[in-house]
Ligand binder design. Structure first.
Ligand SMILES: [Zn+2]
Length: 246
């Protein structure tokens, strides 16, 4: 009989990116806010993002990712070492991500929600891997693929978009904006930890701030990040929800 392996302390939220810096750019302000609100937050990077033109190698990139996670207050950053630039949705990758969902038992998973034209095609593959992993995580009678780690049903799944992509993700009718007025500076600080990626792009700070300003302004806030719900979700207190922080 298989004994269940020891499980780590659960995470409330896991955000999944293809490369270190995806998650910071997409939803760093929201993750920092969740941490401030007392939630345990994790990040899964499917690849190490290397090689890139201005990086000395994976060790440097990993150190940057760790520094960025510390700025946001992330509890756990997980590197799955899938191949950068040739990331493909396949059974093994789905199982690898689902195994982390089973181990960390998140209430909410946030991941890519669309293609990113003119940017890395890994992002689109990451969406498909994450979608499948959310499903695989809850499948019974499949324990041999997961080393005996018990099933976990992920209750909620949101899609993020990179900060400079359009706010609404086509094909998704349920969007929401998180007010990141108090954490936009933390988000920028985390992104700037990726010196190999952004030191030669001095306008990155301005672009991230401008994108957050436009997104937030649509909802009357100083700064925001936009998400689409993978499926509609029900709320309990309509007034409290629509009033938000105002
Ligand atoms: Zn990326």
């Amino acid at each position: 009989m298989n004994r269940s392996p020891d499980l780590p302390e659960p995470l409330d939220v896991i955000a999944v990116g293809a490369h270190p810096d995806d998650v910071e750019i997409a939803c760093g302000g929201t993750l920092a806010k969740l941490v401030q609100q007392g939630y345990r937050v994790g990040i899964i990077d499917l690849t190490d993002g290397e090689p890139t033109p201005n990086s000395a190698g994976p060790e440097v990139r990993m150190a940057e990712a760790e520094a960025a996670a510390n700025v946001l207050g992330i509890d756990q950053r997980i590197q799955l070492n899938m191949p950068n630039r040739r990331l493909f949705d396949c059974f093994e990758h789905r199982v690898a991500v689902a195994r982390e969902f089973r181990r960390y038992r998140p209430k909410l998973v946030i991941g890519f929600g669309d293609k990113t034209p003119l940017a890395s095609p890994d992002h689109w593959q990451a969406m498909q891997i994450t979608d499948a992993a959310v499903f695989y995580s809850r499948l019974t009678k499949w324990d041999d693929h997961f080393g005996g780690v018990p099933v976990h049903g992920v209750p909620c799944h949101l899609y993020f978009r990179l900060a400079v992509e359009p706010d609404a993700i086509p094909g998704n009718s349920h969007h929401l904006i998180v007010d990141i007025s108090d954490t936009i500076e933390t988000k920028i600080e985390a992104i700037l930890r990726y010196k190999t990626q952004f030191e030669h792009k001095p306008d990155i700070e301005q672009r991230i701030r401008a994108a957050a300003t436009v997104t937030g302004a649509a909802a009357g806030k100083k700064a925001g990040e936009s998400f689409a719900a993978a499926r509609p979700f029900a709320i309990d207190d309509l007034v409290k929800t629509v009033m938000g922080t105002s």
